[in-house]
Design a protein around this ligand. Structure first.
Ligand code: DX5
Ligand code: ZN
Length: 227
């Protein structure tokens, strides 16, 4: 399976959001990544179900919602109603992670769990068998445009190994934060199957299609070696 690219709208021009999402779709993006922040779990406030519904109206691509919020359980239904295809919650926010993952499945969408940089991969040992997606944060969540944390590739490799050991090699392994043409090869070589990128796709006023092609080109030599 080729690498999936999930543009994060956090770095999009919000005055032209529909246009930019359509441009990403035309350029071959695989998913649209929506970063939801509540000003509590992370020190920033972003968008919610209304913007998710607006995106739903302009694209057929799966909408991948990343919930960086303290009480995700309270908002799951609203994001499903808005058209989300996957809901990813943070292990650090949830003492009853198993319950939340099953609620997400009951709502009929894919369930993901995200790990902050300081959270060990082993925290997912018991829940891995229930997941559709694991998101390894490669920056501390909260803002777009941060630098990739060195040695994140090693963590992605440990997560890929854990998933393989648990017989969960089909689970998507997503990386998020500081992914650009200089860093994408390291995480793909380590086993990432989905790359989120915000500033590298929407930033700098660059061309969205060109930026997506650049990411794919940087990833493709290691993809060929991997499979
Ligand atoms: C970080 C978010 C990311 C972020 C990625 O808190 O979860 O999705 O927008 O942005 P870049 O690619 O600019 O690091
Ligand atoms: Zn994200």
């Amino acid at each position: 399976m080729p690498l999936k690219i999930a543009p994060s709208i956090l770095s999009a021009d919000f005055t032209r959001l529909g246009e930019q999402v359509r441009a990403a779709e035309q350029a071959g993006a695989d998913w649209i990544h929506v970063d939801v922040m509540d000003g509590h779990f992370v020190p920033n406030l972003t968008v919610g179900p209304a913007v998710t519904a607006a995106i739903r109206s302009v694209t057929r691509l799966p909408i991948d919602v990343h919930l960086m919020v303290e009480n995700p359980d309270e908002h799951l239904q609203a994001f499903v109603d808005a058209g989300a295809d996957s809901l990813t919650v943070h292990v650090e926010a949830l003492p009853h992670l198993h319950r939340t993952v099953h609620r997400i499945h009951q709502l009929g969408v894919r369930a993901g769990v995200a790990l902050n940089p300081a959270t060990p991969v082993e925290t997912l040992t018991e829940i891995a068998g229930d997941l559709d997606l694991v998101l390894v944060m490669t920056v501390d969540p909260g803002f777009g445009g941060q630098d990739f944390i060195p040695r994140s590739g090693e963590k992605v490799a440990r997560m890929a190994e854990l998933l393989g050991r648990r017989g969960q090699a089909g689970v998507e392994l997503e990386v998020d934060g500081g992914i650009r043409s200089e860093t994408v090869a390291e995480v793909v070589a380590a086993g990432a199957t989905v790359a989120v990128a915000g500033s590298a796709i929407f930033g700098d006023g660059g061309d969205i299609g060109h930026n997506i092609a650049r990411l794919r080109a940087a990833a493709s030599p290691v993809e060929r070696n991997r499979r």
